[in-house]
Ligand binder design. Structure first.
Ligand SMILES: O=P(O)(O)O[C@@H]1[C@@H](OP(=O)(O)O)[C@H](OP(=O)(O)O)[C@H](O)[C@H](OP(=O)(O)O)[C@H]1OP(=O)(O)O
Ligand SMILES: Nc1ncnc2c1ncn2[C@@H]1O[C@H](COP(=O)(O)OP(=O)(O)OP(=O)(O)O)[C@@H](O)[C@H]1O
Length: 491
């Protein structure tokens, strides 16, 4: 990128989360990702540079090992003219959702990350001008804690996402409860995955977005403003799935197209397109936790239909969902088991502040940092070393619980498909595809006390306001399923 020739008119607003804002280039397949801060909380440029470099290093040396080379795009840090950043900030301000404007884009440091635009990225970087469809999913935590430190039985039955939904609706973050349950998506069972994806399409919240040729066509623009008209979505998707245009319009057509989309997403999510280092190591123990969540609408429906056997096919070892789940499961102790260890680290650092840098809490996130993550012992020997390792593993797990998966699909003809390019088939069309993972910023050490408090809030709210009102017959029916285990392949 030529910093001298930066022109804000070539960039447009693309999207943002809680911590960063992304703009995309109108011609080239790249994005710039800027940090955001609360007003008057701007940091020194050197600090921002270090923070961004840490993000890149963490992707390059740590997450790439967990997910595999092809799935992770860590990008690079770029320095931009301050004038360009200021003009860009003014240009995009009106497009930002109101709910995200509590934080401002960093216009003072001039640093940002430059990444491939994953909504337009073509498989194997071919410069092509064919249409491209992209589905972004933020799957959240896909397992139920199995740790013996968990103090409330409900946490062994209902997943955090499903419990958190109730608190979010009560707080006004979302208007309606979602029927999506991450355990269904991570089950590897096609029927359950279909249900999970359909639920995401019904209530996207911040867990699903769909882009066509790089433009958002479905999902949340803002908490108040979500694009969720299935007929409109089907209209966008029709040329991708029924290129010959042989179908009539109407609700039947919409349903058929949505089904095709769900099928294709499921197949790409189950595909294994990359190997990774961590895949050959014993990173995750076979879980003793459940493979389903009692609150999932799918589970409830099964029980209602008199079926009490929950299918859990397990995920193929090489697929991105499997790898995401493995990284998430580095949280072996649950926040309840981790919090006392965090306090041990805190006490130690108070006594020996100089140890903060040797412990790599604030980086560098290099090969040595990765190696230390591989110690999976859960036996606490009372040492600081044990506490440090578990704290760092927890931070990595939290990162994997909050990352997003991006699936890009490009239509191809039968004779175009080669052995190197993965292909997914729909009824009347075929696509080359790529799967990537994004938002792999290591969660801050300082957020651990917040996690601990939030966990308590989520569980207490659920126990008081939801479970107490639940049909007791339902929980009796579930008891028959209780010894169901999460089946993971041994690595
Ligand atoms: O705690 P959660 O599960 O609500 O996750 C937060 C996300 O909320 P969600 O539930 O996905 O709507 C939250 O997403 P939103 O801002 O709500 O879109 C952030 O991703 C937040 O991460 P960070 O503090 O910006 O690094 C996330 O915080 P972390 O817990 O990952 O730190
Ligand atoms: N490389 C990329 N290519 C295309 N789009 C991207 C890319 N990186 C981010 N985005 C888009 O920008 C949005 C915000 O980015 P990101 O999730 O990294 O923000 P964040 O503030 O770190 O998120 P969070 O709220 O989880 O902390 C994403 O949801 C995605 O739609």
């Amino acid at each position: 990128m030529d910093a001298e020739k930066m022109d804000e008119n070539e960039w447009k607003y693309h999207g943002e989360g809680n911590k960063s804002l992304v703009v995309s280039h109108s011609q080239r397949c790249v994005v710039l990702r800027f940090l955001k801060f609360s007003p008057n909380r701007n940091k020194a440029p050197e600090e921002i540079l270090r923070h961004l470099q840490n993000i890149v290093d963490f992707g390059k040396h740590v997450m790439k090992q967990f997910f595999g080379e092809k799935y992770v795009h860590y990008g690079e840090v770029v320095q931009l003219p301050l004038d360009f950043v200021k003009q860009l900030c003014l240009k995009i301000q009106s497009e930002r959702p109101e709910s995200r404007c509590d934080k401002d884009l960093d216009t003072l440091s001039g640093y940002a990350m430059c990444l491939p635009n994953l909504t337009r990225l073509q498989t194997y970087h071919f410069v092509e001008h064919r249409p491209i469809l992209c589905v972004e999913i933020k799957p959240k935590c896909g397992f139920i804690p199995f740790s013996s430190h968990v103090s409330q039985e409900i946490k062994h039955k209902v997943c955090r996402y499903c419990m958190h939904q109730h608190l979010k609706v009560a707080n006004g973050k979302w208007k309606r409860l979602s029927k999506y349950c991450p355990l269904d998506l991570f089950s590897g069972n096609k029927q359950r995955m279909h249900f999970a994806l359909k639920s995401l399409l019904q209530e996207a919240q911040n867990n699903l977005k769909i882009f066509k040729n790089g433009e958002l066509i479905y999902g949340c623009k803002d908490d108040q403003d979500s694009l969720s008209d299935w007929n409109e979505l089907a209209r966008h998707l029709k040329p991708f799935f029924f290129p010959a245009n042989g179908m009539v319009n109407g609700p039947h057509c919409t349903r058929t197209i949505i089904k095709e989309l769900i099928h294709v997403i499921t197949m790409t999510l189950l595909s294994s397109t990359d190997a990774c280092r961590a895949g050959n190591m014993k990173t995750v123990p076979i879980s003793r936790g459940r493979s389903y969540c009692e609150a999932s609408a799918f589970s409830k429906e099964l029980v209602r239909n008199g079926k009490n056997k929950m299918e859990s096919s397990g995920l193929p070892r090489g697929c991105l969902l499997y790898k995401t789940l493995q990284a998430q499961m580095l949280d072996m102790l649950d926040i309840e088991g981790l919090y006392p260890l965090y306090n041990r680290v805190e006490q130690y650092l108070e006594e020996f502040p100089e140890e903060r840098s040797t412990s790599q809490i604030d980086g560098p996130y290099n090969e040595a940092f990765y190696e230390k993550l591989l110690d999976l012992s859960t036996e606490d020997d009372g040492t600081e070393a044990f506490a440090f390792t578990k704290v760092q593993q927890y931070r990595v797990a939290m990162t994997a619980k909050d990352c997003s998966i991006m699936i890009s699909l490009s239509p191809c003809l039968q004779d175009e498909c080669s052995a190197q390019r993965p292909v997914v088939l729909a009824s009347k069309s075929r696509f080359t595809f790529s799967v990537s993972v994004l938002d792999l910023d290591l969660k801050p050490y300082e957020s651990i006390p917040h996690q601990y408090k939030l966990d308590g809030k989520i569980v207490n709210y659920y126990l008081k306001n939801v479970q107490a009102k639940d049909d007791p017959m339902m929980s009796n029916l579930f008891k028959e399923n209780e010894d169901c285990t999460l089946v993971l392949h041994k690595v």
